[in-house]
Design a protein around this ligand. Structure first.
Ligand code: OAD
Length: 233
């Protein structure tokens, strides 16, 4: 396709075929909860046990899922693409890195990381946070929270992401509903900067009309097809 700089944005749809539930199901609930009851700083202040339990369960569930063909194809693209490439995921699961992607930013944080709000350090985390383990760095108790960007908080690495989006030739969005900003605005930023914009999604999304092209179908099929097209044109 003649592109050299690629930015790829992924959302929950890329992990759906691995068995990780998306955020906005048909019932509008995320695993039985309203998003604002588990994914805001206010929810954490009001009911920390509910929020810790919710993310502890999501973290533990990662042991039961595996990367699917979409994650694997993106890892192959990362390994074999000679030009600039950046994979930006809104997902907090670890399936991209387990598939082998390396040029990767988790803009909404990671389940397998815990953040000590006493000394502002982050720690790889596999177990539970509900019982308020002490911070491995400063020893503070009761200050370790999920390293997840909640609504109202600033996503990670925004300056680096926006630089890459504005410099890319091809912007691809995969499996995201286009509801949540700033990620939902990247397509406009890329388009204004002259990139070709492509969406891969199961259903038409909130943002479909803003892309040059939308391909509808499961990520496990569409992503390997795209990667083959890019690597073996
Ligand atoms: P959503 O659940 O809002 O959207 C998932 C999208 O994936 C929908 O458009 C589905 O049609 C599509 N989809 C589902 N299965 C698919 C499949 N097999 N192949 C391709 N597409 C599929 O999830 P996100 O857009 O990722 O933020 O949500 C964005 C953010 O909202 C999340 O990162 C999270 C949430 O609140 C935080 O936790 C901060």
């Amino acid at each position: 396709m003649g592109h050299s700089r690629i930015v790829i944005l992924t959302g929950a749809g890329v992990s759906a075929e691995s068995g990780v539930p998306t955020f906005r199901g048909p019932d509008g609930l995320w695993e039985g909860h309203r998003v604002e009851d588990v994914a805001t700083p206010e929810a954490f202040a009001r009911d920390p046990r509910l929020v810790q339990t919710f993310y502890d369960l999501r973290r533990a569930a990662l042991a039961k899922v595996e990367p699917n063909p979409a994650h694997l194809a993106l890892a192959r693209l990362d390994a074999d693409w000679p030009g600039d490439l950046l994979l930006v995921t809104q997902n907090v699961d670890d399936l991209h890195e387990r598939a082998g992607s390396r040029r990767l930013i988790h803009m909404h944080g990671r389940l397998k990381s815990a953040w000590c709000t006493a000394c502002d350090t982050r720690h790889g985390w596999e177990g539970a946070l509900l019982d308020w383990p002490p911070c491995p760095a400063c020893g503070a108790v009761g200050r370790m929270r999920p390293d997840i960007v909640w609504f109202g908080e600033m996503p990670y690495d925004m300056a680096r992401i926006e630089r890459a989006v504005m410099a890319c030739d091809l912007f691809v969005s995969i499996g995201t509903s286009g509801n949540v900003y700033p990620a939902a605005g990247f397509v406009d930023l890329a388009g204004r900067a002259g990139a070709r914009t492509l969406e891969l999604n199961l259903d038409p999304s909130m943002a479909s009309h803003r892309f040059d092209e939308s391909r509808l179908g499961p990520a496990g099929v569409l992503v390997p097809e795209l990667v083959a097209q890019l690597l073996d044109p």
